[in-house]
Design a protein around this ligand. Structure first.
Ligand code: FEO
Length: 171
């Protein structure tokens, strides 16, 4: 049986993951409209991954006999100024998500919920990966600045990203 405090924190995280998905779908749409199909596709994959993150929490709560409570998803912005602006805001957002996951882990520790601690390890590793990928792209974009050819090439490179379902959802 799932501890109530852990259950509440997990449900809050489901909402945060769906908000992330919504945020990235909005960025993907902005970038497509601005003429960057590759960056748009990259954020489209990000959109799918965030939905997966939410689904894994849903499945986990249910597997522990808990109750899933879905709350409204807050509005997201629709305009940015450049691809660099999108990736900078993505890094700031992912830093917040990392803090949320760490906080969730602290709750699981305090409540001596070892199964939740074990499940959260995948998210902790995932956040390291997310932050690194986004930071690398920011570094590239800062190097390129307004160079059209550089932007064209990076857009092509990031557009090659493909979606793969995480192991937890792939059976
Ligand atoms: Fe669900 Fe981008 O972290």
């Amino acid at each position: 049986m799932l501890n109530k405090r852990v259950e509440e924190a997990l449900n809050a995280q489901i909402n945060a993951e769906f908000w992330s998905a919504y945020f990235y779908l909005s960025m993907s749409s902005y970038l497509a409209h601005a003429g960057y199909p590759g960056f748009s596709k990259w954020f489209g994959v990000q959109f799918k991954e965030e939905q997966d993150h939410a689904q894994i929490f849903v499945n986990y709560i249910l597997s522990r006999g808990g109750k899933v409570t879905l709350k409204p998803i807050a509005e997201v912005k629709t305009e940015w100024t450049s691809p660099l602006n999108c990736f900078e805001e993505t890094l700031a957002h992912e830093n917040n998500v990392t803090a949320m996951i760490n906080n969730l882990y602290s709750v699981a520790l305090e409540e001596k919920d070892f199964a939740t601690q074990s499940m959260l390890k995948w998210y902790i590793d995932e956040q390291v990966e997310e932050e690194k990928t986004v930071q690398d792209t920011i570094d590239n974009l800062r190097l390129i600045k307004d160079n059209g050819f550089g932007l064209y090439m990076l857009d092509k490179e990031l557009g090659a990203r493909t979606y793969t379902a995480p192991a937890q959802l792939s059976e």
